[in-house]
Ligand binder design. Structure first.
Ligand code: SF4
Length: 331
């Protein structure tokens, strides 16, 4: 018997998703406010098939930072080999699952080269701070998956890259982001990342009963890759550029949150949770939110929404509700 083709208009609320036992991530909460179609697809665990090479730079860089904070490796070569091997295994596994896609060798090589050039530079750029954080038990958590229950109604889940204590004893959460574009004046982006900061800070405060001073967005610029440019030229250009201006590639934005901001945020989330509950009980409808289709980047589901047939072409059903807790995807 032929498999019935999935169609957006046939999708319903899945039985296995609920806010109490599965919970909600900052990403899914953002998706809810962004567009209900996106949310419906996400809770049905339907994702567009994409080549894992697209997210390779972010995955590698995260693995490198995790290795750096968790272990006492002696050299960058040792650290780089450690992270490279584990990530390559993951990507190859994903590749086998996708079956129909082939790894673009050129991109693969260039992302590996980018990481091998940029990682030591990152360390050099933040050396003093990294060494201080690594010393004297200032690291509280690295790559921690948290589950924080709120009033027995729902739980918030997420993955935190780093929690550390600063020189004054204040506790910070740091998140590493790899981005191809950094526009510090783009308020939309700043607001969306603020949502993440407050979500993480208030969740950890609720879970661990400690005060979190604020959230640090550690942004690493993904280098531009020109297809067809020789590996040697690409390598030497990147080396020169980063040598000349490392601050172009590495930026940190610190956000300090007051008690009032945290309280207001928690109350906003509570209201959104009420709406989501209604939606999950079929008491709120879904509709296209056209204002969200084209932002900095077009929505992943644009082709689906442009096509009135509603057929989910090139989608896959994934195992987990929150793939972001396993892999760090880039924006
Ligand atoms: S393309 Fe627009 S309407 Fe469709 S899911 Fe994305 S944001 Fe929603």
């Amino acid at each position: 018997m032929k498999n019935k083709k999935l169609n957006l208009y046939d999708l319903s609320i899945p039985n296995d998703y609920n806010l109490k036992s599965i919970g909600i991530t900052q990403g899914l909460l953002y998706t809810w406010t962004d567009c209900r179609i996106k949310f419906l697809l996400a809770i049905n665990r339907l994702r567009l098939k994409k080549s894992p090479v697209n997210t390779m730079f972010g995955t590698l860089f995260h693995a490198g930072l995790e290795t750096m904070y968790k272990t006492n490796v002696k050299s960058f070569t040792e650290m780089f080999n450690l992270m490279k091997n584990s990530v390559i295994d993951e990507i190859e596994k994903e590749q086998r699952n996708l079956n129909s896609l082939t790894i673009e060798e050129e991109l693969w090589d260039k992302w590996l080269i980018s990481c091998s050039i940029m990682f030591p530079k990152y360390f050099e750029f933040y050396k003093k701070e990294i060494l201080r954080i690594k010393s004297n038990k200032n690291i509280l958590e690295v790559e921690e998956i948290f589950e924080a229950n709120f009033n027995c109604n729902y739980k918030r889940v997420g993955k935190i890259d780093l929690i550390f204590k600063d020189i004054r004893g204040d506790i910070w959460i740091e998140d590493h982001k790899t981005k191809s574009r950094i526009d510090l004046f783009n308020m939309q982006q700043v607001l969306s990342i603020d949502l993440q900061g407050l979500f993480y800070c208030t969740s950890i405060e609720n879970l661990k009963l400690i005060e979190i001073k604020g959230f640090i967005h550690d942004i690493i610029r993904k280098p531009e890759i020109k297809i067809g440019e020789s590996i040697l030229v690409f390598k030497s250009k990147l080396k020169n550029k980063i040598e000349k201006d490392p601050s172009h590639y590495f930026k940190k934005i610190k956000c300090v949150y007051s008690d009032t901001e945290k309280r207001l945020f928690n109350s906003d989330v509570k209201k959104k949770i009420v709406d989501i509950e209604l939606f999950l009980n079929n008491k709120l409808h879904w509709y296209k939110n056209q204002t969200s289709c084209m932002k900095t980047f077009p929505c992943d589901h644009l082709n689906l929404c442009l096509n009135s047939s509603g057929y989910l072409i090139n989608y896959k059903k994934i195992e987990t509700f929150f793939p972001e807790l396993e892999d760090k995807n880039e924006n």
